[in-house]
Design a protein around this ligand. Structure first.
Ligand code: PMP
Length: 335
């Protein structure tokens, strides 16, 4: 079943994304696994929602005035979302990013009209880290606001106000579990809070990549990272303001290899070209589905997030040389 709607403003294209039943994951879990198609946003990722809510919030607080500037430290999807929303509303965008990021991302941000400020990659404690540099630039630039996606809770409000009610409505109020990975935590905390407001029995699970510290935090109360991951946009080492009070009931840890299996299968069997964070989310959703089935919940339904498009990773995830260099399995059709 599909419905198509007319919109009168381009910004109304953000959100109200379709949700799709994923066949392979559903078979693997023994229950329904649904994927929220966030690659269908204009900037092709879930972060368009945070960008819109953060900018609207800055306007509502009177901090962002006509002709103003939005500054953010980010290499990826948030920058793309901010640049598009800022263009639609007549603001300037300044994006600060480490100079070791992919050329594709720099080219995309420049193509959208963002001003790029490149800084050397450093540790968070270094005052020249891209996050601190972006805050300073926002303070020094007249008429500028700092988006501050990690600790600005307008980010998670996007998912409390919109993502969660959309999922609830799209699934006819029948949903047993929700899971996704964390970058800022906006999607997991906000969607979790929003869904619990409809039904507190909906199980909210963290799906953590290797190399992140949150699995251990929610399992044992200790922020401790183990291993590593090449997944972009996820993998957090601290409790951001967006994560504070997140209603997390259980947690799974998923490897890049497990995520890549679903990236490959969803592409070849279901025609979905996704990034690795989506594959990791689907692997987590299968775990959550199996857990609910094992506990005897009847025909449970689990939802997760298909965060962004695989077209953003042609020179990495979909490149045989790159995969080999990372010691990851190469998709057989890439040779
Ligand atoms: N996947 C990708 C590809 C992302 O860019 C992000 C955002 N950093 C996420 C997942 C996680 O979203 P959030 O910041 O809401 O935790």
């Amino acid at each position: 079943m599909t419905t198509a709607t007319a919109r009168t403003k381009t910004l109304d294209l953000i959100g109200n994304t379709p949700i799709v039943l994923l066949e392979g994951p559903s078979k693997a879990a023994g229950c329904e696994i649904w994927g929220k198609c966030e690659f269908a946003n204009p900037g092709a990722s879930v972060k368009d929602r945070a960008a819109l809510w953060i900018i609207r919030d800055a306007e509502a607080r009177g901090e962002l005035l006509p002709g103003g500037t939005v500054v953010e430290g980010t290499a990826g999807n948030t920058g793309i979302g901010i640049a598009l929303v800022a263009n639609a509303l007549g603001y300037r965008t300044i994006i600060v990013m480490p100079d070791n990021q992919s050329k594709e991302k720099m080219d995309t941000l420049r193509a959208l009209g963002a001003e790029l400020v490149l800084v050397p990659p450093t540790k968070f404690a270094d005052p020249n880290h891209f996050v601190h540099t972006s805050r300073r630039l926002a303070e020094e630039t007249p008429g500028a606001v700092w988006a501050n996606q990690f600790d600005n809770v307008a980010n998670r409000r996007a998912h409390i106000d919109a993502t969660a009610p959309e999922i609830w409505e799209q699934l006819g109020g029948r949903i047993d579990g929700f899971t996704c990975a964390v970058g800022t935590g906006g999607t997991l905390a906000g969607t979790g809070m929003g869904l619990k407001a409809f039904d507190e029995n909906i199980r909210i699970a963290l799906t953590d990549p290797h190399g992140a510290a949150l699995f251990n935090y929610y399992a044992h109360g200790e922020l401790k990272a183990e291993g590593s991951s090449v997944a972009e946009g996820i993998g957090q080492g601290r409790i951001t303001a967006n994560l504070e009070g997140a209603p997390i009931d259980t947690q799974f840890r998923i490897s890049d290899e497990e995520g890549l299996v679903w990236v490959a299968r969803l592409l070849r069997e279901e025609g979905l070209c996704l990034g690795l964070s989506s594959g990791i989310n689907v692997a987590g959703a299968v775990e959550l589905g199996r857990q609910l089935v094992a506990e005897g919940r009847e025909n449970p339904r689990v939802a997760t997030i298909l965060c962004d498009t695989g077209f953003r990773y042609l020179s990495s995830l979909y490149n045989a040389d790159w995969l080999r260099a990372k010691n990851l399995p190469v998709f057989d059709w890439l040779g």
